[in-house]
Design a protein around this ligand. Structure first.
Ligand SMILES: [Zn+2]
Length: 290
């Protein structure tokens, strides 16, 4: 699932083409998860922001157009020069499959759940095979229909969050630290990948509860390091995430996530995996002792 770095990479790529554009036409799948996307017709996009894993386009009518990529969602421009048959005939297996993933789709592609036509003739598409994504148009800041966004914690890469505040917030919950990182209220935008990576770098066991102030400082610093490094590398592409420019390559630099059974890069101990609060966690039993 795309996390903060992947969504931020997409935001940076889309801001130039979208900001200042008028949405002249739109279509959305009738599912309640997507339908309100069509309500953005007639509005101009004034800014493109990100909160956690949500992309938010500020519309000049005072509303927000919100997109959550879910697991398989991606935003791309329709390629008017390419027929649907040509897109479907692309190779889907073999080593070239990753780089062959379409960076532009046809609006008649069955996995396009919404599209927005712009006043320069371009069409932005939301393509989502598994339909875990979400689109909403709502009054600016009124996120009652999106409870995770409404309760979103502070942005880790923005100046407003200091380590003392982060530590105090973590102590207000009795949940495991890994679970707190995933629930979006302690800090925005972290999912399984960057939680495992940051806990490993900070030498904190994912099951830990009530971490100390020095550990909280290390964890926040590690989160900032792994998130910022991934943005620089275009995000992590495991299966479904592609930015408009293709695959990111941050996955080549993972030190913990997805490396169960492999030796720890610090001490050589075999990394372990266990399900904690319904989510898989990988950690080094030596470096990340309870
Ligand atoms: Zn280790």
């Amino acid at each position: 699932m795309p996390e903060l770095p992947e969504v931020e990479v997409v935001r940076r790529q889309l801001a130039g083409p979208l900001v200042g554009r008028l949405i002249t036409d739109a279509w959305a799948h009738p599912s309640h998860k997507f339908a309100s996307g069509a309500d953005a017709v007639g509005s101009e996009i004034e800014a493109l922001r990100r909160r956690g894993k949500y992309l938010i386009a500020d519309l000049d009518c005072g509303r927000d157009l919100i997109v959550h990529l879910g697991m398989t969602g991606r935003l791309c421009f329709a390629d008017v020069s390419e027929t649907r048959e040509a897109l479907l005939s692309r190779p889907v297996n073999g080593p070239a499959a990753e780089v062959m993933a379409p960076n532009a789709v046809s609006v008649s592609d069955p996995y396009v759940r919404a599209w927005w036509r712009l006043d320069n003739g371009e069409t932005l598409c939301f393509h989502d095979v598994r339909r875990f994504g979400r689109i909403a148009v709502c009054d600016r800041g009124d996120y009652r229909g999106l409870p995770t966004l409404a309760a979103m914690g502070p942005e880790p890469l923005e100046g407003g969050l200091d380590s003392a505040t982060f530590w105090q917030a973590s102590r207000r919950s009795s949940q495991r630290i890994k679970t707190q990182l995933l629930n979006q209220r302690l800090v925005a935008g972290v999912g399984n990948i960057y939680a495992d990576e940051a806990l490993f770098l900070a030498r904190i066991n994912p099951s830990a509860r009530a971490i100390s102030k020095p550990r909280a400082e290390r964890l926040l610093a590690a989160l900032r390091d792994v998130l910022a490094a991934s943005i620089e590398r275009g995000g992590s592409t495991l299966r479904d995430y592609y930015s408009l420019e293709g695959a990111g390559d941050n996955q080549k630099y993972f030190v913990c996530y997805g490396r169960v059974g492999e030796p720890c890069v610090r001490c050589g101990t075999e990394l372990r995996r266990r399900v904690l609060d319904q989510r898989s966690s990988t950690w080094c039993p030596q470096c990340q002792r309870r």
